[in-house]
Write a protein of this length. Structure first.
Lengths: 361, 141, 292
């Protein structure tokens, strides 16, 4: 006898509204219907009415956590159209804040995953350690989210010498605690029992559905914009792309936590590079965007963020197209839920690290 | 194996679809923009799927007299944007969701936002907008 | 002791209520401190109870007859257990059987409350509660019968007297003791076996549609159940005298809070397999040992 359990639009396991209709027989899932659009705000239409500089602030507010993802992708596309090269210093500054955002986003996800499987202690511990990173972001940029760090041609603010020691301290704490959390996720028997073997996304499905980010890399599909399409200063720092086989929830958790360690490595190298660079301009002055089009891509914590910007020579863009990583990954969710039990559904949906407000715009 | 260059890709597409190829231009950092005639975009998509392309998204653009669909692919290391257009009076473009399964949702968004008619689409219902919303918000009329 | 005093004061209504609320307060404070938080004040369960009584209790249109009666019967049935404790209680021969039945009743009332909520989440929660009941009921009964046979009596006061004479039963019946202690988290809804009340998965399970005074009664029944089951464990395996009984109860409660804080929730099929494969065997081992 088939029972339809509806998860959403309001549900304790989902931070944002989407509707999943789960068809179950007993506790086994036999079908999933996904409906999106509950958070649609018409950002693309609004972007055509604002200037390029105003659009940077607009796309920053598509989502709370992806607040370096969208601005950097957008501003890279605009800089391509205007044919400007941003200063070296600005590249490293953008990269540091971007990697810090990756760290606090992955830690947020790890806490939420722990809470969903019932071990709220780990959730409390992880979010406490996340506060160290957020404190540093507030000291450097002035805000915990929505940093307003970018402008067309470079960065708006600098990181001063006096802020480096606090940043390095916080990174050291985060690295040490993340090693402990990796250990917890891998060795605590009750956590393993929940994560292993659930929400399996096979390699073929990961490629077929064109998934991105840790969702794809946990299934052996090696896509990472930082390696494939080097932007900012990623081709000048040394880090590993974490790709694991297996495709279940535990693999995706491992990918994200290991990426936190890699991000700490990147930030340390960027700080060293910044200390070497001479004092200079943070931004190149850009007056007027000529006619043209370009594509800006950026590796957000959730995957590839894609912006297509078309300019007709006026102050306002002709067309702005925004594609968040969850827009691609959510199409693979029915394949991941196939064969799971009802108890695994919230965890599997959370394991793609969904950001539904980015999907709906 | 050397990486694919823009010129190689263009010549392969040209030999594949012949005179349906309209024009192309390149941007900075390995970006390529190709325009082909309506209908032949399916052959190009099939060629891309043999090259292990990754479909990022499909954009719909209002060009005034025409409505344009831009298919964004990544064929390492190039970022290829394939454009095709149809007149506003009869905006029919065929689907590529049988070749790239994730195109289905992007085409649904194009249909509801720009008023394009994607033929042979498996599920042409509204994606983001309410089911009874009749206008096409992204059109510039 | 006068029977009316036993029922109403000690170990009846007043004593049980006070101890249950103390246990609940300890639970929330200790759990918070272990999680690096400050936690609510000790009296928070009292405040919550009073606050819930003042809220609207909305009965869904599709709710059934048991929607109001399930919490009341759950509370009434679980209140019987402390009245039988041998600290001034009304113990009688065979009251161990009554205890087994009454503990069953409280779980069934929780499931009934879920089924009569008129909500898919409540129904799923109710079915999970019944499934878990099937899982641990047999090992529970087996270990309690093993204790009764060893002590030579089916009454709680008789079991207490046997331990005062012959020593605590936990080292004489170690397997039954381990089996009983493993079942306690499942019985009172603590991790790793708090599947029916899984907040994040089924929005709170059987209690999802409850509000106001009905929720207050149900929550209070759960708190009394925690106190009653822990005290029962001390009575069956660790009894020495009435003051040691109270202290060991609190110590045992702290142990289970610790286990809850470090565990995730297991899945329904995993817990079912666990109880039937391992815990039932443990209980059977001791039962066979005492019978032969």
């Amino acid at each position: 006898m088939e029972v339809v359990v509806q998860i959403g639009p309001q549900h304790l396991a989902l931070a944002e509204p989407e509707r999943f209709r789960i068809h179950t027989e007993g506790e086994k899932v036999v079908g999933v219907d996904v409906a999106v659009g509950y958070n649609h705000r018409g950002i693309e239409k609004l972007a055509e009415r604002k200037t390029f500089e105003q659009d940077i602030l607009l796309v920053e507010r598509i989502c709370g956590i992806c607040s370096m993802s969208h601005p950097v992708a957008f501003v890279q596309a605009v800089e391509d159209i205007a044919n400007v090269d941003i200063p070296e210093r600005a590249k490293y500054l953008r990269m540091i804040i971007a990697e810090m955002e990756r760290i606090h986003s992955h830690l947020l996800w790890a806490g939420i995953a722990a809470e969903i499987i019932g071990i709220e202690t780990l959730f409390m511990y992880i979010w406490k350690d996340r506060e160290y990173v957020l404190d540093q972001l507030e000291i450097i940029t002035g805000n915990r989210n929505h940093y307003a760090w970018n402008t067309v041609g470079g960065c708006r603010k600098d990181i001063t010498e006096s802020q480096f020691p606090g940043l390095l301290n916080a990174l050291e704490v985060v690295e040490r605690r993340t090693e402990y959390y990796i250990d917890s996720f891998l060795r605590n028997r009750t956590i393993r029992a929940r994560l292993i073997g659930t929400g399996i996304l096979s390699h073929e499905d990961a490629v077929r559905y064109c998934t991105v980010g840790p969702t794809a890399r946990g299934s052996g599909y090696a896509v990472d914009v930082r390696k494939d399409d080097p932007h900012l200063a990623y081709d000048q720092v040394d880090f590993d792309e974490i790709v694991l086989d297996g495709g279940d929830n535990l693999e995706r958790a491992k990918v994200r936590l290991l990426e936190v360690i890699e991000s700490v490595k990147i930030i340390r190298q960027a700080i060293d590079a910044l200390k070497e660079l001479p004092e200079g301009d943070l931004a190149v002055p850009v007056t007027g965007i000529p006619q043209g089009e370009s594509v800006g891509r950026y590796e957000a914590p959730r995957g590839e963020v894609f912006h297509y910007v078309k300019s007709n020579g006026t102050f306002y863009p002709e067309r702005v197209k925004i594609r968040a990583p969850t827009y691609a990954n959510i199409q693979a969710v029915p394949s991941m839920l196939d064969g799971d039990t009802l108890g695994d559904v919230p965890l599997t949906i959370a394991s793609i690290d969904p950001c539904f407000c980015c999907t709906d715009r | 194996m050397t990486a694919l260059t823009a010129e190689e890709l263009i010549s392969r597409i040209r030999s594949h679809i012949g005179k349906n190829f309209i024009e192309y231009h390149t941007g900075r950092r390995n970006r390529v923009f190709i325009t082909v005639k309506n209908g032949s975009h399916r052959d190009v998509a099939r060629l891309f799927s043999e090259l292990a392309a990754h479909l990022s998204v499909i954009t719909s653009v209002d060009l005034g007299e025409y409505l344009e669909m831009v298919y964004h692919f990544e064929i390492k290391p190039l970022q290829v944007s394939l454009k095709t257009s149809a007149p506003k009076s009869n905006p029919r473009i065929e689907t590529i969701s049988d070749i790239f399964i994730s195109a289905a949702w992007y085409e649904r968004e194009a249909m509801e936002m720009m008023g394009l008619k994607i033929t042979n689409h498996p599920d042409p219902s509204h994606l983001f907008l309410p089911d009874d919303y009749a206008e096409c918000p992204l059109r510039r009329y | 002791m006068h029977p009316l005093l036993s029922v109403l004061v000690v170990p009846g209504l007043i004593f049980t209520s006070v101890m249950s609320l103390i246990y609940a307060g300890i639970y929330r404070k200790v759990r918070a401190r272990m999680q690096n938080r400050r936690g609510p004040p000790f009296l928070q369960p009292v405040y919550d109870f009073v606050k819930l009584l003042s809220k609207d209790s909305i009965k869904p249109a599709k709710a059934g007859f048991f929607f109001t009666w399930a919490p009341i019967l759950a509370l009434a049935s679980i209140l019987i257990v402390p009245i039988l404790f041998p600290i001034g209680g009304l113990s009688f021969t065979g009251d161990l059987i009554v205890v087994i039945y009454v503990l069953n009743m409280s779980a069934i009332m929780l499931a009934l409350g879920g089924f009569s909520s008129g909500s898919a989440f409540g129904a799923v929660g109710g079915s999970r509660e019944v499934t878990q009941l099937f899982a641990y009921e047999l090992p529970l009964a087996i270990s309690m019968v093993a204790v009764a046979v060893k002590a030579g009596s089916f009454s709680l006061s008789g079991i207490a007297a046997a331990q005062e004479a012959g020593g605590m039963l936990f080292y004489q019946l170690p397997f039954a003791c381990i089996a009983f202690l493993t079942i306690i988290p499942a019985k009172i809804g603590l991790a790793p076996f708090d599947i029916p009340e899984a907040e994040q998965e089924i929005l709170g399970g059987p209690l999802v549609e409850y509000s106001g005074y009905r929720l207050a009664i149900f929550t209070f029944a759960n708190e009394v159940k925690a106190f009653a089951v822990i005290s029962l464990a001390v009575l069956l395996f660790f009894w020495y005298s009435w003051w040691q009984f109270l202290i060991t109860g609190v110590l045992l409660w702290l142990l289970f809070i610790y286990i809850k804080v470090i565990s995730a929730r297991v899945k329904t099929d995993q817990s079912f397999m666990f109880f039937w494969k391992y815990i039932a065997i443990l209980g059977l081992v001791d039962l066979v040992r005492v019978v032969i």
